[in-house]
Design a protein around this ligand. Sequence first.
Ligand SMILES: Cc1cc2nc3c(=O)[nH]c(=O)nc-3n(C[C@H](O)[C@H](O)[C@H](O)COP(=O)(O)OP(=O)(O)OC[C@H]3O[C@@H](n4cnc5c(N)ncnc54)[C@H](O)[C@@H]3O)c2cc1C
Length: 410
Amino acid sequence: MASTNEERVIASVTETDCCIVGGGPAGVVLAYLLARKGIRVTLLELHMDFDRDFRGDTAHPSTLEIMDQLGLAERLHELRHTKIRQFNLQVGDDEPLTIDLSFLKTKFPYIMMVPQVHFLDFITEEAKKFPSFSLVLGANVQELIRVDGAVRGVLYRGHEDNEWHEVRAQLTVGADGRSSRVRRLAETEMVKTSPPMDVLWFRLPRRAGDPEGLAGRIRNGHILVMLDRLEEWQIAFVILKGTYHQLREAGIEQLKRLVVETDPTLQDRIDHLEDWKQVAILSVESSRVKQWYQPGLLLIGDAAHVMSPVGGVGINYAIQDAVVAANVLTAPLKAGRVQTSDLKRVQHLRTLPTRFIQAFQAVVQKRILGNALTNKQFKLPFFMRLPLLRRIPARLIAFGLWRVRVEDQK
Ligand SMILES: Cc1cc2nc3c(=O)[nH]c(=O)nc-3n(C[C@H](O)[C@H](O)[C@H](O)COP(=O)(O)OP(=O)(O)OC[C@H]3O[C@@H](n4cnc5c(N)ncnc54)[C@H](O)[C@@H]3O)c2cc1C
């Protein structure tokens, strides 16, 4: 055992090329991409498994194309899943408006709904086939190791042994999500906006004859989105920011009443919702760090930019960040010479797509969702009734600002 200056006992020291903190979509995909190139990767995940509720289960066409490039799409499709080919949005009693994805020029013109835990298990099982991949579950990263002004790894506490462990690496990647500890430790500055809404998530059973895919309802100042998860609907009930406590105080019966008022077809199953314990609140945030890197350190995914749930693009963007990071950093990591300019290049390639989608989400939040929540007579803007114009957001949600591809597919 080694000791640090603070007389902290270190139970183990691991040397690796790249230490990735966080086994979400960004972290596991980056770990897979680097390991397949023979780069030593240590992936540290706080939890003992990948099973977390309400984290999003969507694989958009861009993610599916990336999986296809890697030769993984076919096996991914063997996992139990549903496909969202269209989105029906009904405002009040108006004729529903349909956003159809079949026009997308891709092998995968749909959003695949696969439980995130299965997706993450699948990628990590594939990564384990490469000897340079190492996964530590129950690793709670607490500190960055700094040497001569550069980050050179992390200190984590193990869940099972409650001991301190050191991972030394030429590059550390913070992929530890929206409340990233790595980001906090790096003291990076954030640009924040405040979307006008929060989201309540819960599940209700699906019944024979229910529509498939994705459906949205706007009625009487309420918004409800339903995502098809085979036997159940995952439901997002959008509320005005800051009104959660008021609603909670009014009681679960009030929430049930509002849900049924927004979508009367849920009347026959709303009693499955019995307790606030079944409801998860997502405090909607949209933010990004000004600088994604420091010498020896890179932030990607939600750690670099927390996404609003509008369009469900968070997973997509996290995976695109991972692909771009692997494209740029594979050669420097192999050569053992990651320069700060390489890390800067990753940010350079991802900043515009991130800022663009966040600007798009801000417009939807303000002009559509914000209005729908405050105006009971809300009507969709006229342009949304024009099928050709509806293709623009559909394309943006499917691929982001542009497609990201894995370079050097050998
Ligand atoms: C309620 C909800 C619903 C969502 N729905 C969707 C959706 O439908 N579609 C979509 O695309 N996106 C959705 N999102 C957003 C999506 O979950 C994120 O954008 C995406 O998961 C970001 O991936 P990531 O890898 O950057 O971070 P995360 O998925 O957040 O992964 C971060 C990982 O880091 C680990 N970690 C944290 N701290 C530490 C630490 N100190 N040490 C070690 N590990 C640590 C965490 O346990 C976690 O596994 C939703 C988010 C929420 C909260």
